[in-house]
Design a binder for this molecule. Structure first.
Ligand code: ATP
Length: 325
């Protein structure tokens, strides 16, 4: 028997993801770097006040997508609307209203957080108070420390502060917590929630499933330049078609076939897994198997139920795409 393909519950149709008050609308985005197609066909909307996550393996096309939204790159095809306008046609409309924290942004080594924030604030007509940002980001005590002497977490928080200094309506944060220790990551998550609570829409590019699951209202998984899944974390991890899975270990001398478990109508699939088997079936599969075992006086060695994590979903999606190639 083979493992059933666990189809994603999420939709890739942009029309099915219409949002009431979209601040970003992207339709059929396409971008190639010479002969390397980075983004093949990506469509999504981000609603005002959302934390929208973009997940994907290395090279999937995440950064290219957000850089086009931020008007830092030009698309080869597709429609892009940011705050109601095409950023290419009206760059000024977008420039001061979208804050961007890009991967690996570095500053000149001797500049301090206070100086950097004051400098960046001068570029905007109505900037945030640098002192308030230092406080919000927990950087007051390091405000006069040279950039080179800041810890990784402090540099990261400074780059978020710089993305926020222009009082953006949309903040695009790429690889928010890469390189941070677990405590710094959690602190940063709390900070992002506070920023969202202040009314900013956040687009978060991340490799981390826990981060996406914890922070994002909706997620898009990009795989090889196309949208592999789009939905809330709950939608993405829901059992597809109401199917349930559990693992069962039987006492020596028994097998699912010898007990007739493979013939139960609730069971659709049984695959060997370690010392036991993984059962897949309808939402009644677990009680059906337990009753059948009990009827034959067999006490299972182990029963383990589990729900899919976002990581399971991600691996399924990426594997399925590789199989297609
Ligand atoms: P990562 O998680 O590694 O940052 P990503 O999902 O953000 O990856 P992109 O940075 O958008 O992916 O890159 C998509 C593809 O386009 C990759 O194969 C990358 O090597 C390629 N690419 C990105 N930028 C350029 C460029 N300036 N010139 C040529 N190829 C590029």
């Amino acid at each position: 028997m083979t493992t059933p393909t666990t189809a994603t519950t999420a939709t890739t149709s942009p029309t099915a993801q219409r949002h009431e008050d979209p601040v970003i609308r992207v339709q059929h985005l396409r971008k190639a770097y010479r002969d390397k197609v980075a983004v093949r066909d990506v469509s999504f909307e981000v609603g005002r006040g959302e934390i929208f996550g973009i997940l994907g393996a290395n090279g999937a096309g995440k950064s290219t997508t957000v850089e086009i939204v931020a008007n830092l790159r030009t698309a080869d095809g597709g429609r892009i609307e940011v705050l109601g306008v095409d950023p290419r046609r009206d760059p000024a409309h977008v420039k001061n209203r979208v804050g961007v924290q890009l991967q690996e942004s570095t500053l000149q080594g001797q500049i301090t957080p206070r100086e950097a924030l004051r400098l960046y604030a001068a570029f905007y007509p109505d900037p945030e108070d640098p002192e308030a940002l230092l406080q919000l980001l927990g950087l007051e005590e390091r405000a006069d420390t040279a950039f080179d002497d800041l810890s990784g977490g402090q540099k990261q928080r400074l780059s978020i502060a710089l993305a926020l200094v222009g009082r953006p309506e949309i903040a695009i944060l790429d690889e928010l917590t890469t390189g941070l220790d677990p405590q710094a990551r959690r602190d940063t998550w709390g900070l992002i929630e506070r920023v969202r609570d202040s009314g900013v829409t956040i687009v978060l590019v991340t490799h981390f499933m826990d981060e996406a699951e914890r922070l994002c209202d909706r997620l898009m998984v990009i795989d090889d330049g196309v949208v592999a899944a789009l939905g809330t974390p709950a939608e993405l991890t829901a059992a597809p078609d109401g199917r349930r899975t559990f693992r069962l270990a039987l006492p020596p001398g028994h097998s699912p076939a010898s007990l007739g478990l493979d013939a139960l109508p609730e069971v659709t699939d049984i695959t060997p897994a370690g010392a036991g088997w993984t059962f897949t079936g309808t939402d009644r599969v677990l009680p059906a198997v337990v009753v059948a075992l009990d009827g034959q006086g067999v006490v299972p060695d182990e029963i383990q139920t589990r729900t899919r994590s976002l990581e399971d979903v991600f691996v399924e999606l990426v594997t399925r795409t590789e199989e297609k190639i």
